[in-house]
Ligand binder design. Structure first.
Ligand code: GDP
Length: 301
């Protein structure tokens, strides 16, 4: 997992072999690092920020030996990344549900193919251990979307509220909330469409669902394999919906590793879970410290 970004950081750390870093040396390091970070799906904004801060904080810093210079750079990178994740905060969904009025409604946003349906099923499976759950089949556009969610619901023993294709997704969401109220269900998970004729139509539909359903939490689903597309989608969804958190899917197949940093940098919202496979249990809480340490692990310094 994430081999490319690990290698990029490892190379930058190994390159530092002076007793004092000059601006010119940081420029040289960055000339090479930039390309490997881009290849690891790290967004341009993050790369520029990293370079700017490195110059501000490390130029002229005196190191006792090559070893300690490398340790200082490693620790600096670690702090830089942790700070980025910490600034975004964190959200414990289970705890939030425990202390909130019921039903607690979660809206899932994202483009088709990113793993939205699978992730809703995984979250439903996780939450049903403690709460009662109902799912709203709010993607009334994509052929097969309603059946796909209904099949998950049958497998998990969770009711899925559906209407016909073409129905108003906001009405489906509202139906599910009313159903949950009537049956004292704790949690409503609302699926949404992931593709329309134009991005504006899609964003207008998301805004309407949010107005009507008034979700307690809005979660963006991003595909860690989709590179710049994921980052652009995160930006656009964030601008229109002001989502609260993101879930990054398919990290088990991600050889690059830059998506998490990029999404958090551009949205300032936390990644709360990562998808690690295709089964219901393949979802893990995102742990920034563990993640950052795993990116810097191959450095032997
Ligand atoms: P949707 O169109 O966004 O609802 O996407 P789906 O939930 O249908 O998922 C698209 C594909 O991605 C399916 O084959 C899923 O099994 C797969 N998928 C979803 N999440 C993960 C994950 O975390 N890891 C892997 N390896 N595959 C995943």
């Amino acid at each position: 997992m994430f081999d490319r970004i690990k290698k990029a950081f490892s190379n930058v750390i190994k390159k530092v072999s002076t007793k004092e870093l000059s601006e010119k040396e940081i420029d040289e390091i960055f000339r090479e690092l930039e390309l490997s970070l881009i290849e690891s799906d790290v967004a341009q904004d993050v790369i520029e920020d990293l370079e700017k801060r490195m110059k501000q904080e490390l130029v002229g810093k005196k190191f006792e030996s090559n070893d300690s210079a490398q340790i200082i750079i490693r620790n600096w990178l670690r702090d830089y990344m942790l700070n980025l994740f910490n600034k975004a905060g964190s959200i414990d969904i289970v705890e939030r549900i425990r202390v909130s009025n019921k039903p607690y409604t979660i809206l899932f946003l994202g483009i088709n193919g990113t793993g939205k349906t699978t992730t809703i099923a995984k979250i439903a499976n996780m939450l049903k251990k403690e709460f009662t759950v109902v799912i709203a089949a709010g993607d009334t556009h994509r052929a097969g979307a309603i059946e796909q969610l209904s099949t998950h619901g049958e497998r998990l023993g969770i009711r899925v509220i559906t209407q016909r294709y073409g129905a108003d997704p906001a009405a489906v969401g509202k139906d599910a909330v009313l159903y949950a109220k009537a049956h004292k269900i704790d949690v409503v998970l609302v699926d949404t469409a992931g593709r329309m004729q134009t991005s504006k139509n899609l964003m207008d539909e998301m805004s309407k669902i949010i107005r009507v359903v008034k979700p307690d939490l809005k979660i963006f689903i991003g595909d860690s394999l989709a590179g710049n597309d994921t980052i652009n989608q995160a930006k656009e969804f964030y601008n229109y919906t002001n989502f609260d958190a993101a879930i990054l899917t398919k990290t088990d197949a991600d050889v690059k590793g830059g998506a998490a940093l990029s999404i958090v940098y551009v949205t300032q919202k936390p990644i709360i879970y990562i998808g690690t496979g295709q089964e219901y249990d393949d979802i893990t809480r995102f742990n920034a410290e563990q993640f950052v340490d795993s990116l810097l692990v191959s450095n032997n310094v």
